[in-house]
Design a protein around this ligand. Structure first.
Ligand code: SF4
Ligand code: SF4
Length: 281
């Protein structure tokens, strides 16, 4: 049995301020950071007590890789025998040297934000990951002002490295047919991300084989359904994991819809599905 966990602690600060960021752009105080660090430590200890095989994706409400506590946790978790994959969503601005000690089960979900950092700075971090042989995916929000950066990044990245594009869905009809054709040349799976999938009362493995965990241990199906299923720090937490139907009208985010069996995304991506990395030819 394997569970995929999406961990999001109380951290909310980020060194970038992307205009499209759905998260709170805040600066955490020292005591807030300390609270987040304690939550992380407790979660890490809990993972070591589980007999299930685990995949973990850290989905912080901000940027966590810049914090030493997260870098240490990633390295340590990568060596834990029951952890098949540990990954984190990051803007890749943090120093990466400490990650050299990680096992190959570590991977990064890296997003390039062209308005916030230079192309050279971002790609130098990718170079470092290549040197360290750390798996990663790279992605960009598909705003029209990012199209040039997408072309440049696709040309720069090794041919086997997947570059995903997150469709900008807040404005309907944002893309012309020509835009969509162009984005498909960058990301062959762009069309899958372009729409929200009708999901109400349809099967989803979220809440059965995967679940979201917050800093206090509360479990939810996914980051998009608020109902609390239980708490990982209570003895009977695993009893809450069972086949479920989605209570939302639609599901439009990769970290959600990969758990919809009808789409067969996990099969398509293989072992890199958690960090969204796909081995290209
Ligand atoms: S880097 Fe990520 S978390 Fe930070 S502001 Fe940009 S989108 Fe938000
Ligand atoms: S379909 Fe999406 S929103 Fe619904 S439970 Fe699954 S992951 Fe969550």
């Amino acid at each position: 049995m394997r569970w995929d966990l999406y961990y999001r602690g109380s951290l909310s600060s980020c060194n970038y301020s992307c205009g499209y960021c759905p998260f709170a752009k805040t600066r955490n105080t020292r005591s807030e950071l300390e609270r987040d660090r304690r939550q992380l430590l407790r979660f890490q200890q809990w993972t070591g007590q589980q007999t299930a095989r685990l995949g973990i994706l850290f989905t912080p409400w901000g940027e966590a890789l810049g914090l030493r506590a997260y870098r240490r946790a990633l390295v340590e978790l990568s060596h834990q025998p029951n952890i098949e994959r540990v990954a984190i969503q990051t803007n890749l601005s943090a120093p990466l040297d400490e990650l050299a000690e990680a096992s190959p089960s570590l991977a990064l979900w890296a997003t390039y934000h062209p308005g916030q950092t230079s192309f050279r700075r971002f790609t130098s971090r990718c170079e470092k990951l290549e040197q360290l042989k750390i798996g990663y995916s790279v992605g960009v929000v598909g705003l029209k002002e990012n199209f040039d950066a997408l072309v440049r990044l696709r040309q720069w990245l090794p041919a086997h490295r997947y570059l995903w594009v997150n469709a900008y869905k807040r404005q309907s009809d944002y893309y012309s047919a020509a835009d969509i054709d162009f984005l498909k040349t960058i990301d062959a799976y762009f069309a899958y991300n372009l729409h929200r999938y009708p999901s109400l009362n349809t099967p989803c493995e979220a809440g059965q084989h995967s679940f979201a965990v917050d800093g206090d241990g509360f479990m939810r199906r996914c980051h998009f359904v608020g109902e609390i299923l239980g708490n990982i720090y209570e003895a009977d937490f695993a009893r809450q994991l069972q086949p479920r139907l989605c209570p939302n009208d639609t599901c439009g985010c990769y970290i959600g819809y990969i758990h919809r069996p009808a789409l067969q995304w996990k099969e398509r991506f293989g072992p890199g599905y958690l960090e969204r990395s796909l081995a290209l030819q």
